[in-house]
Design a protein around this ligand. Structure first.
Ligand code: TRP
Length: 451
């Protein structure tokens, strides 16, 4: 069986993406999503945006622009799950469950919060001046983003590593308190792409909105050209040899050029190409690399209803994972229905676990399959066809290993996934309550029995 890695990352929706965001995060994420071993979840972290920004128009505008940027950049929404955080009500629900196990002392140590406190102390203010609970709880919300989907890898900037570590910490604590030997949550790992360029801005410092040194990405050719004309260079005149390795204009060029194009540009600079002409070359390169995407971007922005539809579909996909999983987590902490059916989890845990069984069989075509039957004989799962019995056996073993279960509901049935591959399906149930109860029974059945 191939192993698919679930990759998840969020983009805070407070600004308009610039060239640095594109080269540093958007482009690598889109490329990574083309890997057939990747099961990518990318989302607009618009709840996080509210922590930093109280301007509704800016929030709204930024969500639209970021969505359009990712799609124009070539994100394939059939391949990846692309959604808005605020379309997934399970995220704030999980945030609360996690808040109740997150140690306050852990959050006291968060860099972003600490920096604000330090600044207040420095300026003689009350230490908590201007600090909201949103800022303080930021890492818990982020932990919910990550743990909700059992992400393996979380591509982030260096400033976010601590938050991913906190997600592990909080997830582990939840597993320990409520998992009864089972790992509800996968432990995520931060993924820092060492090879990805941090682009220099117009003045040579890191390109960042806070330095006001950015080159726009998809605004217009003219605006891009204007920004490029403001790139700071040294004062060597045309005809004088330039030093490509100490020129951020060259670094910018390299980030979008083929090695052959870079070599050519380098030798031209060494031979005394004027800076004005060099800026022209950079503009031509960026325009040919990004011009088409820019056009797509403007088409998308002009059809917000289409973008809305795409994101609603993304939310539906994401919720097919989140809804049944959150149901399980609610059960685990004791938020259970009063109706007997869903109390299965609490009362017949051992019995169900003991009595549930896998039944293997062979199809006429020689392939191997299995069913999982609940204690009462009800069929919970029918597997897909496996080429050999060994693989089928491995799958049943893995399902019983106590690792985080990936169950996805769709209408009145659900499916079970292992490492990003669909391995088995449930029958269709009469209603969603029956479906959710069956998912509960499935979890119980697959929980290793502790003697
Ligand atoms: N905090 C991240 C940032 O500012 C954005 C984010 C929110 C995120 N939730 C996430 C990133 C979950 C990765 C995973 O960059």
């Amino acid at each position: 069986m191939t192993t698919r890695t679930r990759i998840l990352t969020g983009i805070t929706t407070t600004g308009t993406p610039h060239l640095g965001n594109y080269a540093g995060a958007i482009r690598p994420a889109i490329i990574a999503s083309h890997d057939s071993n990747a099961d990518s979840f990318y989302f607009l972290a618009d709840y996080h945006a509210l922590i930093k920004c109280d301007d509704p128009l800016r929030i709204q505008r930024s969500r639209l622009e970021i969505a359009a940027t990712w799609l124009a950049g070539g994100l394939d929404v059939d391949r990846v799950t692309f959604y808005r955080q605020s379309d997934i009500p399970e995220i704030p629900e999980l945030t609360w469950l996690l808040t109740c196990v997150a140690a306050k002392g852990l959050l006291n140590r968060a860099h972003a919060y600490k920096a604000s406190v330090d600044k207040n102390i420095e300026t003689g203010e009350d230490p908590d001046a201007g600090i909201t609970m949103g800022l303080y709880s930021y890492p818990v919300l982020m932990a919910a983003d990550i743990l909700m989907f059992n992400a393996h890898k979380v591509p982030v900037g260096r400033d976010q590593i601590q938050h991913v570590e906190m997600a592990r910490d909080i997830g582990q604590r939840f597993n320990h308190l409520f998992g009864q030997g089972k790992e509800f949550f996968t432990m995520p790992e931060a993924l820092i792409e060492e090879s990805v360029a941090t682009l220099p801005g117009l003045d040579g410092r890191k390109m960042s909105k806070s330095y006001d040194n950015t080159i726009p990405l998809f605004s217009s050719a003219k605006e891009m050209k204007d920004a490029i004309s403001r790139i700071v260079t040294d004062s060597r005149a045309p005809g004088e040899a330039k030093d490509p390795d100490n020129s951020h204009l060259f670094t910018l060029f390299q980030a979008f050029a083929t090695p052959a194009q870079s070599d050519e540009f380098r030798s031209e600079l060494l031979q005394g190409l004027g800076w004005g002409e060099a800026k022209n070359r950079l503009f031509q390169l960026l325009d040919s690399e990004l011009g088409e995407s820019r056009e797509r971007y403007h088409q998308l922005i002009e059809r917000p209803a289409d973008l809305e539809d795409m994101l609603q579909l993304g939310a539906k996909k994401a919720r097919s994972v989140a809804t049944p999983f959150l149901h399980e987590l609610r059960e685990a902490v004791g938020l259970r229905s009063f109706v007997a059916q869903t109390q299965v989890a609490a009362t017949t845990k051992k019995k169900a676990a003991k009595a549930a069984r896998f039944v293997s069989f062979r199809e006429d075509d020689g392939s191997f399959r299995f069913r999982l039957l609940a204690a009462d004989g009800e069929q919970l799962l029918l597997s897909r066809n496996f080429a050999d019995g060994k693989t089928a056996g491995q799958v049943t073993k893995q399902l019983q290993s106590g690792q985080a279960l990936d169950v996805r509901s769709e209408d009145l049935s659900f499916s079970v996934w292992l490492e990003g591959e669909r391995v088995a399906d449930s029958p269709a149930f009469a209603n969603s309550a029956a479906r959710d109860a069956a998912i509960g029974a499935l979890r119980v059945a697959l929980t290793p029995v502790q003697e």
